[in-house]
Write a protein that binds this ligand. Structure first.
Ligand code: NDP
Length: 299
């Protein structure tokens, strides 16, 4: 862990409080990223982490507001629960039907979602592209894949192809997407590897949002033949610099990056919402890279 230069006299009766809530939470990189950012901005503020099962969220949200916290992040499995609990929702949360950021001010608790913006900003930064007018294939329709697909629909992608092991989950998401955009073509791919390969080949942008690839023994279900030159491949997995998926995509000629940028930008957006300050992106990115890449390899 990098030394954050925390000193006892840095926390006092004026310290602003932020936190991430999730269940489990011990693995979260958010405290490291946000405390680095708060220091870089020279703010008297600190960011904590609490393990909160969904059943305790209804009691804890008002309690943290009452204690004077200025902002919270919510992670798995609390984002949908927070959406249901909050009456005051920003457009971003209404779009995602999920809340990953809460700002407390003037007695209000406003819910936001920065997941979609995090993905779109990462794509822009890494590849210099937007999804508008492009054919996007999303592999995996869990929480993260859903956020990516919804962001693409709101940004008027030309086509969104959904690929998921459980077909029903993809079908449900397809229905949601059809309600969002009537200019985006929505395609559902059957749970069959050959159909997945064709879907990959036909897309301009491929987003990998399954949890396959977190472990070295994981078998990815698309080979190099599912990719070609001129494609952009975004793997949401970020625990290694080059994931197994990225290797396949590059072998096939595509440009490929991992998901660290999305993690960074969803956090940076939250920080901007809370503080109104421009996030110190370089400091945040550097500390994430140090923490993630130094500790984790597939070997
Ligand atoms: P979920 O548990 O909500 O979804 C998991 C997805 O992976 C589902 O689509 C599931 O399919 C699929 N899947 C799991 N195992 C298999 C398998 N053996 N074969 C085929 N498909 C499988 O997880 P999340 O959506 O929250 O996270 C997905 C990935 O995205 C994780 O690796 C996570 O680390 C990463 N992530 C990255 C973020 C970033 O900022 N870069 C942010 C959030 C997540 P099914 O529906 O059939 O179960």
């Amino acid at each position: 862990m990098p030394n954050l230069g925390l000193r006892a006299d840095m926390i006092n009766t004026h310290t602003d409080l932020y936190a991430v809530l999730g269940h489990p939470i011990k693995h979260s990189l958010s405290p490291l990223m946000h405390n680095t950012a708060l220091r870089a901005l020279g703010l008297n503020a600190t960011y904590l982490a609490f393990d909160v099962p969904p059943s305790r969220l209804p009691r804890l949200l008002p309690a943290l507001q009452e204690l004077g916290f200025l902002g919270l992040n919510l992670t798995v499995p609390l984002k949908e629960k927070a959406f249901d609990l909050l009456a005051d929702l920003d457009e971003s949360a209404l779009q995602m039907r999920s809340v990953n950021t809460i700002k407390f001010f003037n007695g209000r608790a406003v819910g936001y979602s920065t997941d979609g913006a995090g993905f779109l900003l990462a794509l822009q930064e890494e590849f210099g592209i937007t999804v508008t007018g492009k054919r996007v294939c999303v592999l995996g329709c869990g929480g993260a894949g859903r956020a990516v697909a919804i962001a693409c629909a709101f940004e008027s992608a030309a086509k969104i192809t959904l690929v998921n092991r459980s077909f029903n989950r993809a079908a449900k998401l397809a229905e949601e997407l059809r309600q969002i955009s009537n200019t985006t073509e929505i395609e559902l791919v059957p749970s069959d590897p050959l159909a997945w390969q064709t879907a990959g080949l036909q897309a301009e942008i491929i987003v990998q949002a399954t949890s396959i690839g977190l472990h070295p023994e994981d078998q990815v279900f698309l080979g190099a033949e599912a990719f070609h030159a001129g494609q952009w491949f975004y793997d949401l997995i970020y625990h290694v610099q080059e994931t197994v998926w990225m290797k396949k995509a590059k072998e096939g000629g595509a440009r490929a990056v991992n998901g660290l940028g999305m993690l960074l930008h969803q956090g940076a957006k939250a920080l901007e919402i809370w503080t109104g300050r421009l996030p110190p992106l370089d400091a945040m990115r550097n500390v994430l890279r140090q923490a993630v890449y130094k500790e984790n390899t597939y070997e």
